[in-house]
Structure formats: structure tokens, C-alpha cells
Ligand binder design. Structure first.
Ligand code: GGG
Length: 361
């Protein structure tokens, strides 16, 4: 019998529905291992980090968190944020601490319309809604540089400065990543997105870097768009999009819009990659902790399971990743959907249906 390949996965369910959807992703991984005839195994270690941990210990993750995560093959993350802990404390203390600490500079967010899923766009089809947002994930508007001062003069005279940081190297590496990704897609096309008419320093650096990188990829079609126009284009001409590369904040906003066009935030998956593989990469659904539906067992696990497919791809298990995507599509096509998509299935029922569809393929 072939030797078993064991992948070590750090699991951080986090807050709210993170703890409900992550088990469904693990169910799918376990099913793949069971179907592999001993070829594959996944060894998990779970970390209880998140807002409850913060309320108990004063930290979103333990002080040696990065050291403990460093030896894993991948990190599987749920969601962060819970009422009672300020959102900037929870985000910086966990998700950003890991993404920035491990220099996971490429955040990959595919946008697709799955079979059987209704889109709010009446013209949307699987052919017209199929692109990837590449979000810069290490600097930009998330550099965390700034401060608040002068509150002593009265609340109405306080000042705040929040500075974005754009480096030529930071721009170049994410734009190169986008071009390399475009070479693997049906159309070789990259659209760079900025707001360089208003942001004349940082975003012109991005635009000029984009033009320089583009010159090294003559086989790839390119465009440079302003973010406001790009938001409208997502809705009006989605069929013209293939790989969209944008700064940290713009990429985040555009990918939420893309998720909504794909039917629901409950579907959208993401990968926070260290493409150079110096550190483990982290895989998480795009959605947050959704306190409004947490605990009801109705959160959509598709995003978390699609995220598993992105993780498998990164681990070199491309056939298994394709199997997971096929199983998701078979399940949505069969109408096994959670309430956000107009169905009545529970989180667990959708997870079980996807795991079962793996075995029938
Ligand atoms: N699973 C993603 C998640 O929990 N996101 C929380 C959030 O608020 N993210 C904002 C951001 O990363 O920009």
C-alpha cells in the first residue's frame, strides 16, 4: 500500500458562525481521507482563540501564537468578531496578526455563480460570473499607521490620522501574483484597480508598478480602472472580468460585492497565501462571525467548504480540490440550500450532503 501523506492543519474556528461552519469543512476533509484508501490523512490541532478567549485572557490569541502555528502545513480559520469586543481589537488581534505576521500577502477571493444558486443580477450566469479578486493583504490601508490626539481639548476637537502604506515591493509582488494567476485562467487578463486620480502618491506608485510588471507579461491583456467605476462594472458588465487586483481595502470591498453577485456572502471563499511558502498560509470563508444568526444552525457552510478546496489546491491536492468543488456544485444544483439562498437546509445538512456527494463521484 502507498505511504500515507499526513497534512497537519491548525484549526481556529474563532467567533460566531465560524464555530458552526468549520466543522463542516473538517467533515469534508475527513471524508476525502476516508475515500483515499489510506493515501491521505489530515491531523488537526484546534486553537480556542477569538473574542471569548480575549474576554478571559485579554488576548485574542496567545502571545506565542505565531510560533505555535509556524510548523503547520496550513491554517483553517472561521471568523472573527463578537459584540462586547471592539471590532478593531478582534480583527487586529487575530486575523491581521496572523496574515501580517506570516506575510500572507496574497488574498485570493474567487467569485463564481454556482448551479442552482440565484444571483441578485438578473443577467447573471455561470459564464458571466467567474472571476478572481486578488487582494493585497500585507500593507496599504491596513498598515495600522496613525494615531488619535488632542482629545484633552474636548471630544469635538480630537484629531485622527490613518496613513496607508504602499511600497514598490509590496505593489510589485501582488501584481506579479495576479499576472501569474491570469496565465492559469481561461482568459489571460488582469485589471488593476486604484483611485489614483484622488490618491496621487500611493496609488500612482501602484499604477506605475502595474504598467512595469505588465510589460513583462506581453501575453496578458491589461486594464487599469478606478475603483468607483469598477464597482459599477461588477454589476453591469461582469462578463468582462477575469483577474482583478486591488489594494487591501478596495480588494475587501470589491470581493464582498462579488460575493453578493455570486448569490450570498455565505458562499465566498478566500485564501491568505504566502506564495513563497516561508510560513503556513491561512484559509477562511470571506464572511464574518454573523452574530445575528449564530447559534441557530442555519449558517451557510459552502464558503467554508469551498475554502477547503482552496487549501487542498495549495497543498498540491488538485484532484481532491476539484472533487470538492464538484460536490459543492452537485449539492447546490440539487437544491440543498441554507436560508440565505432561499432554502431550508441546516448547516449540518448542507455539509453532510456535500460530503456524501464526494463519495458518489
Ligand atoms: N472570515 C473572515 C472574517 O472573519 N472577517 C472579519 C472581518 O471583519 N474582516 C475584515 C477584513 O479582514 O478586512
Amino acid at each position: 500500500m502507498a505511504e500515507t501523506r499526513t497534512f497537519r492543519i491548525a484549526v481556529i474556528p474563532g467567533d460566531g458562525i465560524g464555530a458552526e461552519v468549520v466543522p463542516e469543512g473538517l467533515r469534508v476533509l475527513d471524508r476525502l481521507a476516508a475515500l483515499s484508501g489510506g493515501r491521505l490523512a489530515f491531523a488537526y490541532e484546534s486553537f480556542p482563540w477569538g473574542c471569548q478567549h480575549y474576554l478571559r485572557t485579554g488576548r485574542m490569541m496567545d502571545a506565542d501564537g505565531l510560533e505555535r502555528l509556524a510548523g503547520f502545513d496550513a491554517i483553517y480559520f472561521g471568523a472573527v468578531g463578537w459584540p462586547g469586543v471592539p471590532d478593531h481589537v478582534s480583527l487586529w488581534g487575530l486575523r491581521l496578526a496572523i496574515c501580517q505576521g506570516f506575510d500572507q500577502y496574497a488574498c485570493i477571493r474567487p467569485v463564481r455563480l454556482l448551479p442552482g444558486v440565484p444571483s441578485p443580477l438578473k443577467t447573471a450566469t455561470a459564464e458571466t460570473v467567474d472571476w478572481v479578486v486578488v487582494r493585497e493583504n500585507s500593507e496599504g490601508e491596513y498598515a495600522g499607521i496613525g494615531g488619535r490626539n488632542l482629545a484633552g481639548r474636548g471630544a469635538d476637537r480630537e484629531v485622527a490620522i490613518q496613513t496607508a502604506l504602499f511600497t514598490a515591493q509590496g505593489c510589485e509582488r501582488i501584481i506579479r501574483y495576479a499576472f501569474d494567476l491570469a496565465r492559469t485562467r481561461r482568459r489571460r487578463k488582469v485589471t488593476g484597480v486604484t483611485k489614483s486620480n484622488a490618491q496621487q502618491y500611493a496609488m500612482t506608485l501602484w499604477d506605475e508598478t502595474f504598467a512595469r510588471v505588465a510589460a513583462a507579461y506581453p501575453d496578458v491583456e491589461t486594464e487599469q480602472w478606478l475603483v468607483d467605476a469598477m464597482a459599477a462594472r461588477f454589476v453591469l458588465r461582469p462578463e468582462t472580468l477575469e483577474v482583478v487586483v486591488a489594494s487591501n481595502l478596495f480588494g475587501d470591498i470589491l470581493s464582498d460585492l462579488g460575493s453578493a453577485i455570486g448569490g450570498s456572502l455565505g458562499i465566498a471563499a478566500s485564501a491568505n497565501l504566502d506564495p513563497e511558502r516561508r510560513h503556513p498560509s491561512m484559509f477562511e470563508p470571506v464572511h464574518g462571525s454573523a452574530p445575528d444568526i449564530a447559534g441557530q444552525g442555519i449558517a451557510n457552510p459552502v464558503a467554508a467548504i469551498w475554502t477547503v478546496a482552496l487549501m487542498l489546491d495549495h497543498l498540491g491536492l488538485t484532484a481532491e480540490a476539484a472533487l470538492v468543488m464538484d460536490a459543492i456544485a452537485a449539492t447546490t444544483e440539487a437544491g440543498v440550500l441554507t436560508p440565505d439562498l432561499g432554502g431550508s437546509a441546516t448547516t449540518r445538512e448542507v455539509g453532510e450532503a456535500i460530503a456524501a456527494a464526494l463519495g458518489s463521484r
